[in-house]
Structure formats: structure tokens, C-alpha cells
Design a protein around this ligand. Structure first.
Ligand code: ADP
Ligand code: MG
Length: 703
């Protein structure tokens, strides 16, 4: 959808300002003023029925009165007039609207907002907002907003759901020396979405990093697919990660913020790099804008201070790019530029004897060595050193290598001269930070982008021969009976249709049938109550494991029925499930929920307290491939248990990953019908011995 509408929005040849004003206290004044002041080269048409001239420009009573074509219109009139004006703009043939006016869905007026979007759509007009600050574009010298000035020019672009944050960041670009090409306020996202803008910016040579401030995303799957197709690094600062934060964001934007873990998973799958707070958003934007991505894990750290070197390598380990020992030949080369008591292993401690010459030479050696995928240089201020001279030496070294496909990041630890030297570096294309961990954090963002390297499609099902027909029949039958909670027997059928390793199970409607079934299944067996009214069977005393013979089975049968009646007198009992008793194994949970933003997701965690108390789980948007599933297994904090803890051998992670992947296909395939599922527990055995799902639960969406 590469539209000339977005072209008209971001690079308009002419702009009308509807609600333009001569009263300097009005937004309609600021917008006209800012357009003129910023040096915008296109035509500006102020629209105001009461003035003939606004800020020296000829004004028109209505947009339809403008004799020339108008590309984009900025609307600042009160909310109640916006619908009519949208209609006028449609008639005039305006391609894009920037609706600055607020007072729509964010204050509960969804209906009015929808009407406006529908009207815009009926004329083929695209709409940004409402409830926005506007667009700031250095590329177009265009300040189409009520923010006071354009940001420091640069090669990042910001799309922000918060207008206030955009205005604040605009100002901070100068203080921090981080430049932006465009800043776009996206507001209520009634029509134009993050995906539309990302898609458009992905083709823009002038944007080297797309930075997103996100409270909520609409069309989650489209977001993932769009981001995956774009080579430009995308960085997201997502608000609403704490439960409290989520509530604040919800009341703020008038829309709910999706579950944090699902967002994190979706970002990962989208290849979107994350920022943790506003400072980190700037820091990472800077690195992603100025430096190429890091295409391997080999990090070298050069420093004149032992301590800061260790701090950097601590940070590197946290980010999964540990500073491992550098190759011998590089060590030997470096040793020529340090005293005997220096250390060349990594971090490379050049010691307090390091001067401009030594930093220059060692940077050149390390940066040009093929082993090194990324370099961090940490310079501590000392009385002897001229920091600006040193960073010039580092910069020169990088230039001399001619290498442009690996990153270098510098950290300057010290006072004013460290700041000054850092500024010089940033202006010359090398990101600089005042603390070692920040430098490594920035490099980690480049590493993340390198890892996301060649994504390709992810949300596509594999060629597994699934029997989705059978699954849909089970669902249809339950629906016919007006039920959404399926019994284990029904759920199991659905699982089996996707070749999930469920245990052998028979439904018995009498004690005789149960005894026969147990003969078939083979002792020991498990007996479980089957009732739509009892979905948590153990709570109702509805599970008996380890039944060894007919006698025990009869007793279990009686007590199960008795317990069920006691638990819920009017529970309708369909019978009992006679089930193969699975051998003891490590209990894990696999589940799926339908996320309002991203649709079906799959969840994995270890059973027991790991999931209940520690919430030690990991998510993905479904479906996931085997290898994606395998990486999920490593993401939980208790991952070591799968590797074989407490004297046990390693568990069958391969079988588990395959099961997880199949499970995710089921969740994706039946996503229109299913609200939630779980396999709780799924038992995992030693390597080569597979996994078994001993409980299955499916809950359908309400219709
Ligand atoms: P609930 O509805 O209470 O979750 P489950 O079917 O999960 O009922 O059974 C409760 C527990 O009994 C399980 O967590 C598992 O430890 C054990 N269990 C259930 N079925 C089997 C089985 N077929 N083989 C071995 N253990 C089982
Ligand atoms: Mg269970």
C-alpha cells in the first residue's frame, strides 16, 4: 500500500490550515506561524471564514474556495466541526488530513471519530490522528505542528503516540545532540497506523532508524509482518509494561494496552528492538542511526581503565555478547602499545599509559581484525589526557581502516571534557556515552538488529498434515449444545487432530464400561471425571491416578462420582475418562490465549510453582517454527531444568520444541474459534523419550 496519500502527508506540495488564526494564543496561529518559520517551500492556504488575510497569507473562507490543488490539510477547529470539514476536504480532493483537534475516542467519543474516518475513506482521504501535535520534517523544512521548532537534523525518525513526549524529545534533540529527520505524532490512530508509516519510512534513504513510542498497536499481525519486511532498524519504547502503567496508558489513549509479555514476544518476532526508558530510547536511537548492525558475537573492549573495562564486560555478558578472549595474534599486536602490566586478553587494558597515539594504533588494530564484530572503546578522563585529541585519534583510526560494516561505540567517563569529546564524536558519526554499561547497551541494540538480520516470513503454518476438519467438528458439536468449555475428552480430540502426543483415553459411561476400557488401555490407569460443569477436575476430587487393578478401579469410580456430586450437586456427569497412566516426568505447561492485539499466541512454562508463583513463562505469537519453539525453551528463567538438573539427564527438548510448534499451529489454525487452551501438564522425559500431554483443555470464544 505504497500510496501517494502518505507521500502527500509527509511530503506535501501544498498545505491548507483549517482553523488558521491571527490570534497568537491559538493553535491555528502556531501552525501557520511554524510552517512559515520552518521554511516550508510548498504553498500554504490558511482557511478561516472570518479573515481575508492570516499572517500575511491570503486566507479563504472554506477549503473548497482555494483555486489550486491542496495536497494535505491540517485541521485545528473544534471537534464538532471536524466531520463537516472532512467532507469539504474530500470534495476538494485533499489527499491527507492531519487532525490536530482532540476530543474524540480519547474522551469516549468513538462514534464521532468513526464517522470522520468513514467520511474520509469514502473520498479516499487518509487521516493522521486525531489528537496529534502534527508532523515535523527536516527533510521538507516543514514544521506542520504546534511544537515550537524542528528537531536537530539527523537520520532517525520518530513516530510517537504521545504528543507531549514528542514535543519534549524535540527539545531534547539539541541537548543530547541526537538528530532526527522526521517526528510524527500518530495520536488516536483512527486511520493511519504505525504499519502505514513504517512501511513508508522503510523506503526512505534519509531514515536510518525508525523509533516508535507505543502505547498500543492496532492490527498486531500486520505490524509484525510489516516490520519484518523492513531492513531499517526499528526501535520501540513501549509504555504500559507494569500493571499500573498499563492502566494509566489505557485511560490516556482510550484503548487497552495488551499484555506485556505478548508485546515483547511480538517485537521479537517482528525484529523490533526494544528500549527500556526515555534515555535508553535516545541512546539506542543514536547507535542505530550512526552505526551498522553487529553481525556476530565477537566483542572487543579497549580501555585505559581496568575497572571500567570490567564493568563493560559485565554488561556485555548480561546482553549475551560476552567479551571472550581475543585471538592470540591480535593480543600480540596490541601488546606493542601497552606496558608489561597491561592486559590484552579482553577487556584490553591499555593502562594509564595510554595516550592518543596508543588509542589510535590499538583501535586500528582491533577494529580491522576479522575476529572482531564490534568494538567498544572506553576512555577514562585523566589529568594527563586531552580527551578531544584522543577521540580524534580513535575516529581517525576507524576512518583509516575503511571498514563500514561493523560498529564502534565509545564511552567517555569523566567531566566536562568527556562531554565535549563525546559531542565531537557524535557529530563525526561515532556514538558516545558517559558510562561503560550504556555503551554496551547501545552496542547490544546493534547486535539485536544483526541477529534479526534476515527474517523472512514467520507467521505461516508448516506443511504438517493436520486434521483440522475433525477439530472443527468437535467445536461445532460443542457450539450446537451451547457450550464454550470443552471436556478433556473433547479437548483431547482436538489436540490429537494436530498430532499432539496425548495419552490414550476412553470415555466410559458406567462402571462396566470403565472396567472394559481399563482392560484395553492396560493397568495402571488414571480415572477422571468428565463433566462440562467441572473443568478443574482435581478441585472436585475428580482425578485418581495409579489405579492398579479392577478392584481399585471400582472403588475409584464410586468415589469420583461421589466427590463430583459433593462438589456441585447439579453437575451433569457425562461419564469418566479411563486414561493411560503416564510415567513420571518433568511437568511443563503449554498453553494458548487469543490476544486482542496479536491474535493467537502460544505460551510455555515449567509446571508447579514456576508458573504459578514465579510466572516464569514465555510467549510467542502463533504459529512458531520448531527452531523458534526451541529458542522459547531457553528463555524461561528455569531453563536449566530442561538441561537436566538434580542428577537427571538432559530432557527431550527436541520433542518438546516440536510439540510446542505443533501446538502453536493448532492455536493459530483454530484462532477464530478458540479463546484459550492448555496442556497442563505436559510431561517431558529424558532425551529420546519424548513428551506426553496428560490433560487437555480448550475454551471456545463466546459468540
Ligand atoms: P485438572 O483438571 O485438575 O488439571 P489433570 O488431568 O491435570 O486434572 O490431573 C491432575 C494431575 O494428575 C496432573 O497434574 C498430573 O500430575 C496427574 N495426572 C493426570 N493424568 C495423568 C496421567 N494420565 N498420567 C499420569 N499423571 C496424570
Ligand atoms: Mg491439569
Amino acid at each position: 500500500m505504497k500510496s501517494d496519500h502518505l507521500q502527500a502527508l509527509l511530503h506535501p506540495t501544498s498545505i491548507a490550515v483549517i482553523g488558521a488564526s491571527n490570534n497568537s494564543e491559538k493553535i491555528g496561529y502556531a501552525v501557520v506561524h511554524n510552517l512559515i518559520e520552518s521554511g516550508y517551500q510548498g504553498d500554504v492556504y490558511p482557511i478561516n471564514p472570518k479573515s481575508e488575510e492570516i499572517q500575511g497569507l491570503k486566507a479563504y473562507p472554506n477549503i473548497t474556495d482555494v483555486p489550486e490543488n491542496v495536497d494535505a490539510a491540517i485541521i485545528v477547529v473544534p471537534a464538532k466541526y471536524v466531520l463537516g470539514i472532512t467532507e469539504d476536504c474530500g470534495k476538494k480532493g485533499v489527499k491527507a488530513l492531519l487532525v490536530i483537534t482532540s476530543g474524540f475516542s480519547e474522551v469516549g467519543k468513538e462514534e464521532l471519530e468513526e464517522q470522520i474516518v468513514d467520511t474520509a475513506k469514502s473520498y479516499g482521504v487518509r487521516l493522521l490522528g486525531p489528537n496529534i501535535v502534527g508532523i515535523l520534517s527536516n527533510k521538507e523544512n516543514m514544521n506542520a505542528s504546534f511544537a515550537g521548532f524542528l528537531p536537530l537534523p539527523g537520520q532517525a525518525s520518530l513516530i510517537s503516540q504521545s504528543g507531549a513526549l514528542l514535543v519534549a524529545m524535540d527539545a531534547a534533540t539539541y541537548t543530547r545532540g541526537i538528530g532526527f529527520n522526521e517526528m510524527i505524532s500518530i495520536g488516536n490512530m483512527s486511520d493511519i497506523q504505525f504499519s502505514d508509516l513504517i512501511e513508508f519510512m522503510g523506503d526512505d534513504e534519509a531514515t536510518k532508524c525508525i523509533s516508535l513510542y507505543i502505547e498500543t498497536i492496532n492490527e498486531g499481525r500486520r505490524f509484525i509482518e510489516t516490520c519484518r519486511q523492513i531492513d531499517t532498524p526499528i526501535l520501540a519504547l513501549k509504555a504500559g509494561s507494569s500493571k499500573r502503567g498499563a492502566a494509566a496508558a489505557a485511560s490516556h489513549t482510550g484503548s487497552l494496552v495488551g499484555a506485556t509479555k505478548v508485546y515483547q514476544a511480538a517485537f521479537k518476532q517482528a525484529g523490533v528492538i526494544q528500549a527500556s526508558d526515555v534515555n535508553n530510547f535516545f541512546d539506542r536511537t543514536l547507535a542505530l542511526t550512526l552505526q551498522p548492525s553487529m553481525r556476530g558475537d565477537n566483542l572487543a573492549i579497549l580501555t585505559n581503565g581496568g575497572g571500567v573495562g570490567v564493568l563493560a564486560s559485565d554488561a556485555a555478558e548480561r546482553f549475551g555478547i560476552p567479551a571472550t578472549e581475543i585471538p592470540q595474534d591480535l593480543q600480540e599486536g596490541l601488546m606493542d602499545y601497552m606496558p608489561d602490566y597491561g592486559a590484552a586478553k579482553n577487556p584490553v587494558d591499555l593502562t594509564g599509559m595510554a595516550n592518543t597515539e596508543r588509542f589510535h594504533q590499538t583501535t586500528k588494530l582491533a577494529f580491522s581484525h576479522p575476529w572482531v564484530n564490534g568494538l567498544v572503546v572506553i576512555i577514562c578522563e585523566t589529568q594527563l589526557l586531552d580527551l578531544v585529541e584522543i577521540v580524534k585519534g580513535v575516529h581517525r583510526a576507524v576512518k583509516e581502516t575503511g571498514i563500514k560494516d561493523k560498529p564502534i561505540i565509545v564511552s567517555l567517563v569523566g567531566g566536562d571534557s568527556a562531554l565535549e569529546a563525546g559531542r565531537w564524536l557524535i557529530e563525526h558519526g561515532i556514538p558516545a556515552y558517559n558510562s561503560p554499561d550504556l555503551a554496551v547497551n547501545a552496542l547490544a541494540a546493534l547486535r539485536d538488529h544483526g541477529r534479526y538480520g534476515s527474517p523472512g516470513p514467520v507467521l505461516t503454518s508448516s506443511e504438517n498434515s493436520n486434521d483440522s476438519q475433525t477439530a472443527r467438528e468437535v467445536i461445532a458439536q460443542a457450539r450446537e449444545r451451547g457450550r464454550t468449555g470443552l471436556t478433556e475428552i473433547e479437548s483431547r480430540k482436538i489436540f490429537a487432530a494436530y498430532d499432539l502426543p496425548v495419552v490414550d483415553t476412553r470415555l466410559a459411561r458406567s462402571e462396566e464400561e470403565a472396567l472394559d476400557a481399563a482392560q484395553d488401555v492396560g493397568y495402571p490407569v488414571v480415572l477422571k471425571i468428565v463433566s462440562h460443569d467441572i473443568l478443574h477436575k482435581s478441585d472436585a476430587g475428580g482425578v485418581k491416578v495409579g489405579i492398579q487393578n479392577a478392584q481399585e478401579l471400582s472403588a475409584a469410580y464410586q468415589s469420583l462420582l461421589k466427590n463430583a456430586k459433593q462438589y456441585k450437586a447439579d453437575a451433569v456427569i457425562e461419564g469418566v475418562a479411563v486414561q493411560e497412566m503416564a510415567a513420571e516426568g518433568t511437568e511443563v505447561i503449554i498453553g494458548s490465549v487469543n490476544d486482542p492485539t496479536f491474535g493467537p499466541t502460544v505460551m510455555f512454562g515449567l509446571g508447579g510453582i514456576f508458573v504459578e508463583v514465579l510466572e516464569d513463562t514465555t510467549f510467542r505469537v502463533a504459529p512458531v517454527s520448531n527452531s523458534e519453539a526451541a529458542s522459547m525453551l531457553g528463555e524461561i528463567r528455569a531453563a536449566a531444568i530442561l538441561e537436566g538438573a538434580r542428577g537427571k539427564g538432559p530432557l527431550d527438548r527436541e520433542a518438546l520444541a516440536e510439540t510446542l510448534s505443533r501446538y502453536s499451529e493448532m492455536a493459530a489454525d483454530l484462532g477464530d474459534d478458540i479463546a484459550e487452551t492448555d496442556a497442563n501438564p505436559c510431561l517431558v522425559y529424558e532425551q529420546g523419550k519424548g513428551v506426553k500431554i496428560v490433560d487437555a483443555r480448550v475454551i471456545l470464544k463466546e459468540v
